[in-house]
Design a protein around this ligand. Sequence first.
Ligand SMILES: [Zn+2]
Ligand SMILES: [Zn+2]
Ligand SMILES: [Zn+2]
Length: 1007
Amino acid sequence: MPDAPQGKPEDRKNDPKALKSTLNLPQTTFPMKANLPDNEPKRLAAWQQQHLYAQIRTARTGAAKYVLHDGPPYANGAIHLGHALNKCIKDFVVKTKTMAGFDAPYVPGWDCHGLPIEIKVDEQLGRKKLEMDPLAVRRACREYAQKYVDLQRTQFERIGVFGRWDNPYLTMSNGYEASIVETFYDFFEKKFIYKGLRPVYWCIHDKTALAEAEVEYEQHTSPSVYVRYKLTSDPEMVHAGLAGKSVSTIIWTTTPWTLPASQAVAFNPQLEYVALEAGCPTSGSSDVGSSEPQLYVVAEALLPSVIANCNLMSGKNNAEPASQSDVIARFPGSALEGATFQHPFLDRSVLGVTAEYVTADQGTGAVHTSPAHGVDDFDTGKRYNLAEIQYVDNAGRQRHTGRNGGGDQPQPYEDLTVFKSNPVIIELLREKGALLSATTYEHSYPHCWRCHNPIIVRATEQWFIGMETPMLTPEGVATTFRQRALDEIKQVVWDPGWGEERISNMIATRPDWCISRQRIWGVPIAVFLCDTCGEPLNDKSINKSIVDLFRKEGADAWYIHEASTLLPKSAACRSCGHKEFRKETDILDVWFESGASWHAVLDLEPELHSPADLYTEGGDQHRGWFHSSLLTSVAVRNHAPYKMVATSGWTLDEQGRAFSKSLGNGVDPVDIAKRLGGEIIRLWVASVDFREDVAASENLMQRVSDNYRKLRNTLRFLLSNLYDFDPSTNAVYFAQMEPLDQFILARTAELDAKVREAYDDFEFHRAYQALNEYVNTDLSALYLDVLKDRLYTFAPNHPGRRSAQTALWRIAEALTRLIAPILSFTADEVWQLLPKVANREASVHLALFPDIADIVPGNVRHIEEDWEHLLTLRDEVLKVLEEARTAKEISNRPSEVQVVIGWLNSLASQPNPIFERYQNVLPELLGVPQVHFADAIVTEGTVEKGAFYVQAKPAAGRKCERCWRFTEDVGNDSKYPTVCLRCADALEAIHFPPYNAPPNNSTEPQA
Ligand SMILES: [Zn+2]
Ligand SMILES: [Zn+2]
Ligand SMILES: [Zn+2]
């Protein structure tokens, strides 16, 4: 829409040239240029000064609660666009619920413990850390976390997110830390927790476990060996064709040092395997120690590479290499499940197992499995109940003799570090006739980030939560922890719906939860271990005393006080009776910490409640926070911690690529707020369906910024025509309003319903689309455009003008409230400039959404039905006017045109009754001064009932000097000889002095 002219009409009544000053031209202090980067911080400061968030909380006291529980972002680094998306969605939810009348508190939180911070602090401290006391390291980590909590808080507030920012929850606060151990003790006392082995990355040089993030990949040369495992179970059980034969499988490994711990051979159950009949080895190959023909079982797809690498000869002709023609049987890997094999050099039976992770990419399709030395192997071991045997000590030495089939005699590799034991084990394989090939293999291999030595995978003792722990349902039926969690998932609303299957699959297949970490920055597993036998002490009253201590002093207390001072004198080991204890040094998995927030925050904050009404985070949290929260809550409370879970997609660039420094495609929310405004980020978030992956770029932000400008101009038009409108005295009853004004209010009521429904469904993009369409189509292109004549040229107090202003006022009221959850800054700016109403809230954020009844009384469907016809007529008229202008039949100014509407009817004149009924409205709707109905013209054939035609021609009469419309009554009032009768009435109403001489110049009513 064009800019409305500015300025106060000047008092020059006696000068006929001052006709222009008698127009009601728009006035407002609401600037066209928003200047968001400068003005938003000022508004934020004002909100802070007024304690707006606290005011909102007070205003909703006693209303029904709606609790959105904030998933804590990690306090590390500045916020990125994903954070901004997440926080804006939450803010939309909280604000829409608040404006719908709910008491919707928002308590933001941060995840403060954990490895990424400890690593950053390690980097800062360097070698110094090794000499530092754990408390000093913890202090450094705390300072680091606090710094980023403060930074992120400022950044979230900057983009208009409302919440309890002055008192957020921090997982490193004393109270939260106490709640974490309290939740841990709940598990511990209910016997969900056990200690067990688990493979982890291990540096044998630093003698420590390493986290994934502490591992670097470098090139490394490993041995590459093919080893025969002889089948000891009945070959016929695998395949009838193998009956009575000597059968082996072949495994390939680059870590011969793991073979002492070999407990199974894994096959892919769906992959096709073959039995190859091979002859005696030739001189070029390794000694297989047998002269009889051998059947080798390997994956069919890998057969050629196995034949080549192991130099296998044909069973039919010992001088020829083996080939496909030597295959005597084919069967799926599943046929090998339950078969048994002889360990190549130990007195141990090795089990045939199946595993999906076995592929035909490399090796033989038969994978040697040692649960102590691989995560997949470990999980397979769990599935098949294999013993967790571990021969490698902290320093990486083989400690085997006398244990688990190691025999009484020392093995030749005893005491060697794993890498030194490799050649000895290869030699042993050769001696035992189990070695088919031994070469070397260059590959990318994990190394320690500190000492840069190659690392190993090694099982260590860890704390676990058992997924199969027995539980009762709330009804008292016996079940397991895993099953309870799966059942609770079904009680939750998942949006989008696929989330339910996703988290169900993860819970159904996950291994036991390893909750211990060998680090410092976290909450300790506050358990006392018997110094003599290692048995953990599990005593309710002692556990409670530790919770109380943490609540007072924080988890640092575990590092400050000695075990003896923390324990009562009477404490004794239940297993061996000794009274000396040491403190467990492991800390808890950070997912356990954030997963306990329903207890630490929802339970303990009086203004919140558990279960929460909504958790909403990125889709990756089915593995993370949704997952850990579900497990802790089901174990402790026997129900899910949330009623609904909504997930958002990833933020990507316009080509669907992830943001990366090297691509330079990043969109930084802090930078956008600084250059374009926080409002633009918010509007962008509203414009996308957050459930999908969402696109962002500089280009898209600019486009959103353009949309913002259009919306702002519309708001400005509304405000600028309400400067002399006082609702208490000037508002017009709906029944007395002009039909056009009634119609636009009916449309506004429809918008209100549409937007509120979209908000209820958290479909913010639908609200955005509805608002945009309303502003652009209903307001800008139609209503506000045709209204200017009435607003500017009627006497200020004319009922027609007051009717228009009543509509504008109601629209402005409704629109400001409806956009407030999204455009929080702009809505509040408009709110301050709306006509004053008694007892109105000081900020739009304290107000409620408009009720339909505030906009229209009762059902107005019939109005909209009539207007469907009138808008069809308008479309037709605009088309005809355009054609007539192009053909130079009429002036370019609509104010100099008349429109003739006639009926196409072969029977008789039968005008459209709706057009007739609205005849007086038509000049305004069509934007021309004169509209006439013509007689029917008789046409050939049948025509639709009520069908019409439109003609455009120059208007009759002459031009009014005030409103510029051509009319036939200009000069009819001798007091005002140069204006139309309508304008004469307006002049009379404002006591404009009569004049005689025609003015020399003309006025321009519409800029
Ligand atoms: Zn190391
Ligand atoms: Zn003991
Ligand atoms: Zn006029």
